[in-house]
Design a protein around this ligand. Sequence first.
Ligand code: HEM
Length: 262
Amino acid sequence: MPRQSDTFFDKLEQTRVWQSVFRSGTGTSTLHRALAIQQNVFLHLFPTKVRRRMLGLGATWYLGTLTLGTFLILVITGVLLMLYYHPSVPQAYVDVKDLKYVVSSGLFLRNLHRWSAHAMVFLAFAHMFRVFYRGAYRPPREFNWVVGVILLLVTLLLSYTGYLLPWDQLAFWAITVGTNISATVPLVGNKFHFLMLGGNQVNANALLRFYVLHCVILPLVAVLFVVVHFWRIRKDGGLYVRETEPGNEDLQESPLTEMERQ
Ligand code: HEM
């Protein structure tokens, strides 16, 4: 039965266009709310039911969510920086200087990107320590721990590849030292060094490769594993709650049913 109401949003929700996009309807019953989550392409990564205490600050310190927040800021500011930056040897350094002195709000944009990158590295480590401290890495969450380790590596690689892009002395020598270290790996080191730089020296080829890695390949890998990470939290029965903690006794009486995991 369509609801009779006069507000703009109520009328909007009753249009055919709205109802063709959001098929779950507009009710506020538990069923409607569950359907709204389950039938939305983005929201269905999350469970339809979440225990209230899992949403509290004490359960996670929101560290994973904050890590995701910094990643989103990095994507947005990164796309805006791409409008002003050319990954070529004559241009890269000049573009970064222009961002600082010429482009309106360019310095703010660059600093926001840089500080968010530092924050993401810090938060990913803090999140990992929180998971370890709470013992949330134990079965059935061991696979999600491995996914988390991959995310941490991708986060560090994103920072490392971004470091070359200003094409200043600091960047040039940091990448020279870093890639030379990788060349010392037995058997595959030299091949890997050549592959990363597109040659034997840090030059235009290396700048282009690091740019593609930083702006396309690594962000896509990160998004892929973040999706797996979130989906896996749901499949592992939601976030970990220590059952022996005072106040959590009810959890032993009502473990998540198979349906709630879906
Ligand atoms: C880009 C990096 C990462 C993002 C965006 C991310 C995001 C999240 C989010 C949003 C949660 C939900 C709970 C919370 O806020 O803490 C979570 C849980 C979890 N994460 Fe991460 N994470 C990342 C890296 C890692 C790392 C480095 C590890 C460990 C090596 C890890 C292991 C886990 C595990 C095991 C859980 C489930 C914890 C529980 O059940 O209490 N994650 N992650």
